[in-house]
Design a protein around this ligand. Structure first.
Ligand SMILES: O=C(O)c1ccccc1NCC(=O)[C@H](O)[C@H](O)COP(=O)(O)O
Length: 211
């Protein structure tokens, strides 16, 4: 039985991290993009990253960051995976010697197969809506734009909620899903009930797919 993996992004508080792990999340995202309302300092990120089992992945999110900032973050925070959510190319992403996922901001006219082929070293491609501010906007995109033959594992993102994620998983069968706004009470403040409902909906979809 295959299981859709789950990342809860934009974690800023210990209680939210513990709620995500208790619900069954596989990974959590820490945002190192200063304009984001979910931005965390290195000190806070270091504390959060040590709160959970080493088998829950700690993902560090960057947007067009100075490479020195990424290196400084890696020196302070034990990140398992990097997520590049800006306009970075493969050479930029590969320079840190860490596994990474590359975000694509989906819009009509963007050839996602060609985009993914440019990132053969990535662990996956995260598909998000094309929004001002690069991400974290709580907006879905037209899922019909996702080709079936992407050459990388797909992380579906962008406006997912407990109400729509079951259809997303059963219809698109992504390797993983990622959510921020849809499980929040306010920007950067997660709602434990919404997290639990989101994970339960993903699990229901997996049961349906594996029936
Ligand atoms: O979370 C942010 O504030 C953010 C800001 C700028 C770039 C990316 C950001 N988040 C990246 C993520 O992986 C989010 O989970 C993803 O964009 C989906 O967000 P949402 O639509 O709010 O679920």
């Amino acid at each position: 039985m295959s299981r859709t993996r789950i990342k809860i992004c934009g974690i800023t508080r210990r209680e939210d991290l513990l709620a995500a792990v208790a619900a069954g999340a596989d990974a959590f995202g820490l945002v190192f993009y200063p304009p984001s309302p979910r931005f965390v300092t290195l000190a806070a990120a270091a504390r959060l990253s040590r709160e959970v089992s080493p088998f829950v992945s700690c993902v560090g999110l960057f947007v067009n960051a100075d490479p020195a900032v990424v290196r400084e973050t890696l020196a302070a925070v034990p990140l398992d995976l990097l997520q590049f959510h800006g306009d970075e190319d493969a050479v930029y992403c590969e320079q840190f010697g860490k596994p990474y996922i590359k975000a694509a901001r989906v819009r009509p006219g963007l050839d996602l197969v060609e985009f993914a082929r440019a990132f053969t070293s990535a662990r996956g491609i995260l598909l998000d809506a094309y929004v001002e501010g690069y991400g974290g906007a709580g907006q879905t995109f037209d899922w019909s734009l996702i080709p079936r033959n992407l050459p990388l594992p797909v992380v579906l993102s962008g406006g997912l909620t407990p109400a729509n994620v079951r259809d997303a998983v059963t219809g698109l069968r992504p390797a993983a899903v990622d959510v921020s706004s849809g499980v929040e009470a306010a920007k950067g403040i997660k709602d434990a009930g919404k997290i639990a409902a989101f994970v339960a909906a993903v699990n229901e979809a997996d049961i349906q797919l594996n029936a």
